[in-house]
Design a protein around this ligand. Structure first.
Ligand SMILES: Cc1cc2nc3c(=O)[nH]c(=O)nc-3n(C[C@H](O)[C@H](O)[C@H](O)COP(=O)(O)OP(=O)(O)OC[C@H]3O[C@@H](n4cnc5c(N)ncnc54)[C@H](O)[C@@H]3O)c2cc1C
Length: 304
């Protein structure tokens, strides 16, 4: 707990909205890596208005805050997070379908949106099936897989700007590129994402979703906790290929290991710590640089 930070005003506002407030909450319970010490305070966001008010209190009182979706692209320090985690998850996950448009609150899971698309025979979002993130987190990183990315399907999003006002942004202004959006590195908080899909055949949609899930099961170590691909794809190559040719498959530090099944993933074999993962990442980067001359860049974000 960060002695000296007064969280009482945040708690009072959260209570007005009947939002869940947790203290000293282990972040390993909220990350796909199952790693991370406790945060001082966690508030489960359930509406935009609450989020606007909390962000205003945090900024005006210099309270450190972190916006998290499903925690599937982050590595949280073993020491935890000094500040408040604003969790955009199940309590903020309404999905609305209107014709060929799907609008989802930022906390909606990609899986739930894929299922809604399937139910309404809408095609174009199948690529996201199996990515364990939220809509907000996916737009933030322009998540993508198997030839599709958020950029192909998003038409609009809402976010909270620096004056705590909800703004709408069209696709053209989102600057979406490989694992990047205009939101990266800013304090903006995405509140909803609107997709434009196309009418399709539900059998074909289901079969594509099943096929992609099977490819993940076959190729990725999803039986172990991880944050997905550890590194970004370097220009003209693949991180997994480079790691493999450098003979690093199976390399480990503590319980953190370069997956034997897919060298692009660092996995948690049981009780890996964030320090184990960070040391392993440094070893991989050094060896790959020394042997191939290529600098690998982390895809997951390190929060400390
Ligand atoms: C097994 C596995 C497979 C994966 N496969 C893929 C894949 O195929 N393709 C791919 O792209 N990724 C993949 N990932 C990584 C990850 O699932 C995606 O990047 C996902 O979009 C992250 O969403 P999240 O909600 O978990 O984000 P989080 O991990 O919670 O957050 C990630 C970043 O986004 C920010 N953020 C989250 N929500 C918001 C918001 N509402 N407003 C502003 N900022 C926000 C956070 O502050 C943080 O900086 C995989 C991960 C795992 C564990």
């Amino acid at each position: 707990m960060n002695i000296g930070t007064d969280y009482s005003s945040l708690e009072a506002v959260a209570k007005e909205y009947n939002a869940t407030v947790l203290y000293d909450e282990p972040m390993k319970n909220h990350t796909s890596f199952k790693i991370g010490g406790a945060c001082d305070m966690m508030i489960k966001i359930n509406c935009e208005e609450l989020l606007c008010r909390l962000l205003a209190i945090c900024r005006e009182n210099n309270i450190r805050h972190y916006v998290i979706g499903k925690g599937s692209n982050i590595l949280v320090s073993d020491k935890g997070l000094f500040g408040v985690v604003l969790l955009l998850g199940a309590d903020f996950s309404t999905i609305t379908v209107e014709g060929e448009y799907i609008t989802a609150k930022a906390g909606a899971s990609l899986g739930a949106v894929c299922t809604a698309a399937l139910k309404n025979s809408l095609t174009g979002f199948e690529f996201a099936y199996g990515i364990p993130g939220s809509m907000g987190g996916a737009l933030y990183m322009n998540a993508g897989a198997y030839g599709g990315e958020m950029k192909d399907v998003v038409c609009e999003a809402s976010y909270i700007d620096e004056n705590y006002k909800i703004k709408t942004i069209p696709l053209e202004k989102m600057e979406l590129s490989y694992r990047h959006s205009v939101f990266c590195g800013t304090d903006s908080c995405i509140t909803s994402v609107k997709l434009k899909l196309r009418k399709g055949d539900s059998k074909a949609i289901k079969s594509r979703m099943d096929e992609l899930m099977q490819r993940r099961l076959d190729k990725q170590p999803i039986e172990y906790p991880s944050a997905g691909s550890t590194f970004k794809r370097p220009e003209g190559d693949f991180a997994a290929r480079l790691i493999e040719v450098c003979g690093l498959k199976g390399l480990s530090v503590g319980d953190a290991e370069v997956s034997q099944k897919h060298s692009g993933f660092v996995i948690n074999k049981g009780n890996a710590t964030a320090e184990d993962v960070k040391r392993l990442i440094e070893m991989i980067k050094e060896r790959v640089k020394a042997q191939t001359g290529i600098t690998l860049e982390c895809e997951m974000l390190i929060l400390e």
